[in-house]
Design a protein around this ligand. Sequence first.
Ligand code: S3P
Length: 427
Amino acid sequence: MGKQLTPIQSLNGTIKVPGDKSISHRAVMFGSIAEGKTTINGFLTGEDCLSTISCFKKLGVNIEQDNEQVTVNGKGISGLKPPTEDLYVGNSGTTIRLMLGILANTPFTSVLTGDESIAKRPMNRVTQPLKQMGAEIEGNESGNKVPLQVKGGKTKGFHYHSPIASAQVKSAIILAGLKGDGTTSVTEPLKSRDHTERMLEAFGAKVECEGLTVSIHGGQELKGTHIEVPGDISSAAFFLVAGAIVPNSTITLQKVGLNPTRTGILDVLNQMGAEISYQNMNDEVSEPFGDLVIKTSSLKGTVIKGDLIPRLIDEIPIIALAATQAEGQTIIQDAQELRVKETDRIETVVNELKKMGADIEATEDGMIINGQTMLKGAPVQSHGDHRIGMMLSIASCIAEGETTLSNSEAIAVSYPTFYNQLERLSN
Ligand code: S3P
């Protein structure tokens, strides 16, 4: 039995979306390898970030969590202890890939595993360069798939030209270089999110960023600090699109993170003609944030490609839904990375939206959507992918008739309060 979803007349009110997932993971990870106490406010209590806490507890770190407040009592990277059981990352690609970088510095063996989706995702994008830096990594398909066994020690400085714009790859290598000999640097083809660079600075490390290259000198110690986590723009994206496509709506989203490496969704919605305004902007902090107000808008089709893609990669499922409600054609290209996310998001978005009557076709590296179509309620599935589940739930708000969503529980990976907030806005 799936979740029954019915159309919604309008969405109005103010909500604060949960904490940023990328920043919450990093705050726990860096706090765990820093010397002294780190306090985190606004932590995302989604399943992915709880997996990160659980893994570091298994590595002997004392972590106290009270809802969105977390205290991490770090003893430095050399304070991590050999785990007595496997480190289970659940559904979280960020947990496993960044932890591989950290564990490249620990002189003991750890085993990393995850759920069915993680078992299908490629890990050689991080294990290959980490092996070149001196980490010993073994696993299925020569270290491409979980379970992965990693034994670190001293890594040596390394320059890596990454073939993909991926913050997980960049971060894993930079974290491996933190304790190693010499300088480690990563050059990426396009700029990916820079939360690691910003947060390492907050923990007292020196990181150099020049163009598309990030470098770190080995032998640095992190010092515990306080991290304020802004709202996750990737979660806000569902309500930005909902506000734009549901009739008679005005939604205010408070304290949304506005790091320029993440705001591609705002550029695209503006390009499509959405009425978005900004309030209470704060850009004096390391991670800027502000309030966003969205109103029901007439949208038009657009082209999304090139360096915009890494700035909105997680938002493409909900952008595809917006495109079904836009006048004209929307083309998304250069987004082949979607094929190796929690699901193959080109296939899952296209197949599920087709069931609701959308005019949408998959291409090798994206999709082509013709709007505007009247969507119809249908039995659909999340395929265990949180962002597909949320996109289909927003689609059901404007569809004619009832939608039944199977495996809606997956949404708790990044947005445990999603349905509560949707209900609040619809009253
Ligand atoms: C993330 C980076 C992105 C993103 C993921 C979170 C991060 O993945 O899709 O949800 O926190 O570094 P890639 O680095 O593989 O692009």
